[in-house]
Design a protein around this ligand. Structure first.
Ligand code: FMN
Length: 410
């Protein structure tokens, strides 16, 4: 079978704003909400929020039309080339898991409690030594330059403006050193193991030297999943987007019809890498309680329940379904985080109620990036913080510690 070379679609990101269909929208009844999103919390002084002047809070008009994460997704579709959008949105196979990640959140009902003293509503915590005003991190995502000319630098600035922890991907187009210089908030570095374990160790040292506080070792991807949507769109990473952390390119044979070559990574090597790292190592991609136990056994400082955003193995459960089992197995020995399908403040509450210390978002901050660069990224995080505060207040939870199974209707 001959695979045709992908049709290259060049992205001229500067056109993202000008070509976008931005009708003058419902401005009037809307400004109050927009002001809230611009940083003026509805819960005002009762809440500790994001404090930063790094990104101005005045938004381009387009951001005023984004009041929920799904609004940003719709606008992102028009802001970037179709093949890039398909790469971003796509899951694996028939995309059951991709859909379930969001749907299973929607099936969980909440159980509010009224007349709680909500003074000092507080969404902050310290996680693995990193202060977080909001329990939402930016998940590692490859090649952000596909979506905005400033790529990972814009994400870093948006993270900095909202004091959000950014987990930079091994497959980023911008170096960890440059990204570290662009953010004041905690930076984690995601490691994809390289063919040679020595190269992986070099990458860990490099990230540590640049200031990464945590190494996030992705353990769920010996091969990529069957990304049919990407294949149908003939997606290819444009050559101008580099891979500054990948010394040896992955074996291209993995992507052909007749060769599937897994990258080697086994528990003993994970243990070796954890012992080698000077900073704590969190394992990303744990979906099985037995693996959670092994992760603790090899010294992981934490773990992320993740199915790679529905991009690896189709028909595995949604992460919110798996989370309670992992949390029960771990029983508080190390922090458990989760990602996949988080789109609302109520989703964050549900994940925390099921035992997560924090969640990560992937696609949503990229939607913000595509539409509004650093400000768009910050805007997404502000929306989530506002929704989280509202959900907590309406549930009767004054801080993250108050979120437990009692907020779930059963
Ligand atoms: C475009 C894209 C690129 C990604 N690249 C990586 C990556 O380089 N490393 C990694 O560990 N996970 C990667 N992921 C998975 C995310 O870290 C995360 O698990 C997932 O996006 C969470 O689901 P959500 O998009 O529904 O929030 C990627 C996801 C997307 C959508």
């Amino acid at each position: 079978m001959v695979v045709k070379p992908a049709r290259q679609r060049f992205f001229i990101p500067h056109t993202a704003y000008s070509t976008m269909n931005t009708k003058p929208i419902h401005r009037r009844g809307f400004l109050q909400g927009a002001a809230c999103l611009a940083g003026l919390s509805l819960l005002g002084s009762q809440s500790r929020g994001f404090q930063s002047a790094a990104v101005p809070t005045a938004k381009p008009d387009v951001l005023l039309s984004i009041v929920s994460l799904s609004d940003a997704e719709k606008l992102a579709r028009t802001a970037i080339p179709e093949a890039s959008f398909e790469f971003l949105q796509g899951g694996v196979g028939d995309e059951f898991t991709l859909r379930w990640n969001q749907e299973k959140f929607q099936e969980i009902r909440l159980n509010p409690s009224v007349l709680t003293d909500l003074g000092n509503l507080d969404t902050s915590q310290n996680l693995l030594g990193c202060p977080m005003p909001c329990p939402v991190l930016f998940a590692p995502t490859a090649s952000s330059g596909l979506f905005h000319p400033e790529g990972e630098l814009a994400v870093a600035r948006g993270a900095s403006a909202t004091n959000t922890t950014y987990v930079l991907s091994t497959l980023s187009g911008t170096s960890v050193e440059e990204v570290a210089a662009a953010t004041r908030s905690p930076l984690w570095f995601q490691v994809y193991v390289q063919y040679d374990l020595a190269l992986t160790k070099d990458l860990i040292r490099r990230a540590e030297a640049a200031g990464a506080k945590i190494i996030c070792l992705t353990v769920d991807s010996p091969v990529p999943g069957v990304r049919n949507r990407e294949e149908r769109a003939r997606f290819q990473r444009p050559p101008h987007i580099g891979l500054p952390h990948v010394a040896k390119r992955r074996e291209p044979g993995m992507f052909t019809l007749d060769r599937v070559i897994p990258i080697r990574l086994v528990w003993s090597e994970v243990e070796e890498l954890i012992a080698y790292a000077k900073v704590p190592v969190v394992l990303k991609g744990i979906m099985n309680p037995d693996d959670a136990e092994k992760a603790i056994g090899v010294g992981a400082a934490g773990m992320i329940v993740s199915n790679h955003g529905g991009r690896n193995l189709d028909t595995v459960p949604a992460t919110i379904e798996v989370l309670p089992r992992i949390a029960e197995q771990v029983a508080g020995r190390v922090p458990v985080l989760m990602d996949g399908g988080v789109r609302r403040g109520t989703d964050i509450v549900k994940a925390l109620a099921y035992g997560a210390k924090a969640v990560l978002i992937g696609r949503p901050y990229i939607h913000g990036l595509a539409v509004g660069g650093a400000e768009g990224v910050a805007h997404i995080q502000r929306i989530l913080l506002r929704e989280l505060r509202m959900a907590m207040a309406l549930l009767g939870c004054k801080d993250l510690a108050a979120i437990n199974r009692s907020v779930i209707w059963s």
